[in-house]
Write a protein of this length. Structure first.
Length: 145
């Protein structure tokens, strides 16, 4: 294992990838767009999903992301296209899986949306911590220092 591999993996040898540093802000809007759309893919936003998404957007300093004109006109294809580095793609998947985990009544439509996004991103499966709090901490590593 190279030194670079060690930096990107969890200290316990798992396949959980930690970002070398938080993402540039330009990636936040497409990530939150994809996450927001996944939350409503089943026609209903669970309170835990909404709360978690609001917490993450506040931590990233973009709590107004839904009111931005660029957000309202974005599409899934555009959002995926803006995530042009592996760290941004991984961040989107980490955040989306966190929201799936928080929704105790998740439906197949949300999983289907997630799979569609992962395919469009051309990203491999993401590995995340089992615990909700550890998973949330990982998501925050991508958003703030």
């Amino acid at each position: 294992m190279t030194e670079q591999d060690k930096q990107g993996q969890d200290t316990q040898g798992s396949h959980i990838v930690h970002p070398p540093r938080p993402l540039h802000r330009k990636y936040y809007e497409p990530i939150f767009y994809l996450a927001d759309r996944m939350c409503s893919a089943d026609g209903e936003v669970a309170p835990n999903e909404r709360r978690l998404l609001e917490e993450l957007s506040k931590a990233a300093g973009v709590e107004d992301f839904r009111s931005r004109q660029t957000f309202r006109h974005m599409t899934v294809d555009e959002a995926c296209g803006k995530l042009d580095i592996d760290t941004a793609k991984n961040a989107a998947l980490v955040i989306m899986t966190l929201l799936l985990k928080a929704d105790t009544r998740r439906r197949d439509s949300e999983h289907a949306y997630f799979s569609k996004v992962r395919e469009k991103l051309g990203a491999p499966p993401v590995h995340v911590p089992v615990s909700l709090e550890s998973h949330k901490a990982l998501a925050l590593e991508y958003l703030k220092s």
